[in-house]
Write a protein that binds this ligand. Structure first.
Ligand code: LLP
Length: 413
């Protein structure tokens, strides 16, 4: 969280209602540049996984640096296009693409579809045919490797819903000729998220590359290999040891040394995860029978990761006072026991009104937010070079209820 200066956040909190998300443009740019440099010389496309943080200003940063998008919905496509990401830099992933979504993505001219089932492949053929279009497609391989990450964010094992087995993919290619509106000439694999260990990547990429060679020998042209996202970041300073990007790039170079086509990457968390904090204000300290509760104005609806995955996020008071340390349960106002950001976390003593920052909130923070307990979505600000821009204002209560109405107009079923 060293990119965030307490004084700066404190000043913003005088104008922006807490809780709010703050993102560092500098840090995002540094991550983009780091990745681009590591792969320099290769034909590589970085397609940012929009789900990590879909704020238009974040996408605008990506667009400005030539980064494309990995999308999983029309909403993500609209956002990407609006922020200036060219359609031919967009890959469309996801197991549940509908005919409507496929049609709109074809109309927009997305680069490729990462296809995850035989049914979807057929649908792609039909929708493209009806449009008189040709769809570029990659098959998402499920390489059956254990990403050694949290079970809820592991996606590359045979039992997971994602992708198809190499055996099935082989059959798709041998029947490819019957798909006259789909150009199936790509491979895709994404094995999970917050991966801190190079070995699962090595295993998955080797399987993909071995399969690619086999396909080429059988006479199929493979134009692109998309190696997914998944690079982990530091949530626990001194404990989490992320993969060195140079090692990752070296593995990719070595594995795909014989490949002449385009390599695609779909990083989400790596680009934005550490570049965001959630700023929250202490409402009160409540001393329970045997615990001290620090009740803050952010809650599980704003940042779900601790409740959903028991994820550990750094929490630092901004007051900077040299106070004795206290072990707090840091909790939000939502009426669930799971609305807990940390248990027994030791930090300088806090009091009502103090500001705190919760780290590692740039990815899967705001994007997973909801209005549970009828709490409006928080503001988001982008910090850049001593300035800040409000890139999403806090939702008003009227906006939160927009679209709802009392049951007055009834329709016959
Ligand atoms: N590509 C595909 C096909 C994906 O499904 C994902 C993430 C990514 C790329 C980007 O993965 P990343 O580079 O960010 O690891 N909500 C969870 C993470 C879910 C990830 C879903 N898919 C969390 O908060 O940890």
């Amino acid at each position: 969280m060293s990119n965030f200066h307490p004084g700066e956040l404190d000043a913003i909190a005088r104008h922006v209602h807490t809780p709010f998300y703050a993102y560092s443009a500098d840090m995002i740019r540094a991550r983009i540049a780091g990745l681009q440099n590591a792969f320099r010389g290769l034909d590589i496309r970085i397609c940012y996984a929009v789900k990590a943080n879909p704020n238009l200003a974040i996408l605008q940063l990506m667009a400005g640096h030539g980064v494309g998008a990995d999308i999983v919905s029309l909403g993500e496509m609209q956002r990407s296009l609006k922020a200036g990401i060219a359609a031919d830099r967009i890959v469309f992933s996801g197991v549940g693409k509908t005919a409507e979504e496929i049609d709109a993505a074809l109309a927009a001219g997305v680069w490729r579809f990462n296809v995850e089932s035989a049914d979807e492949l057929q649908l792609l053929q039909h929708v493209a045919q009806a449009r008189g279009a040709s769809a570029r497609a990659a098959v998402r391989i499920n390489p059956d490797v254990d990403a050694r990450t949290h079970a809820k964010i592991s996606t590359g094992k045979a039992e997971d819903k994602f992708g198809v087995s190499i055996d099935e993919a082989r059959r798709w290619f041998s029947r490819g000729a019957s798909l006259n509106h789909v150009r199936l000439d790509g491979l895709h694999a994404h094995i999970g998220s917050q991966i801190l260990d190079l070995e699962p990547f090595r295993m998955a990429l080797q399987r993909v590359e071995a399969f690619r060679r086999e396909l080429v020998e059988a006479g199929h042209a493979i134009a692109s290999v998309d190696i997914g996202g998944g690079l982990g970041v530091v949530y626990r300073p001194g404990i989490d040891r992320p993969i060195d990007i140079a090692d990752y790039a070296a593995l990719v170079r070595e594995t795909f040394a014989g490949f002449q086509g385009t390599l695609a990457l779909e990083p989400g968390r790596y680009l934005v995860g550490e570049a965001g904090v959630l700023v929250t204000r202490a409402i009160r300290v409540k001393h329970g029978t045997d615990r001290h509760f620090l009740v803050v104005d952010a809650a599980m609806n704003d940042l779900l990761r601790p409740s959903l995955y028991d994820a550990w996020h750094e929490i630092v008071p901004l007051h900077g006072r040299a106070e004795a340390e206290v072990a707090y349960d840091v909790v939000g106002p939502v009426c669930e026991t799971g609305d807990t950001f940390a248990q027994g976390r030791t930090m300088a003593r806090c009091e009502a009104g103090d500001l705190l920052m919760i780290g590692g909130a740039g990815a899967y923070g705001a994007s997973m937010g909801s209005t549970y307990n009828s709490r409006p979505l928080p503001a988001e600000v982008l910090l850049d070079d001593g300035r800040y821009a409000i890139v999403r204002r806090r939702q008003t209560l009227a906006e939160m209820m927009a679209g709802e109405q009392l049951a007055q107009a009834w329709h016959e079923t």
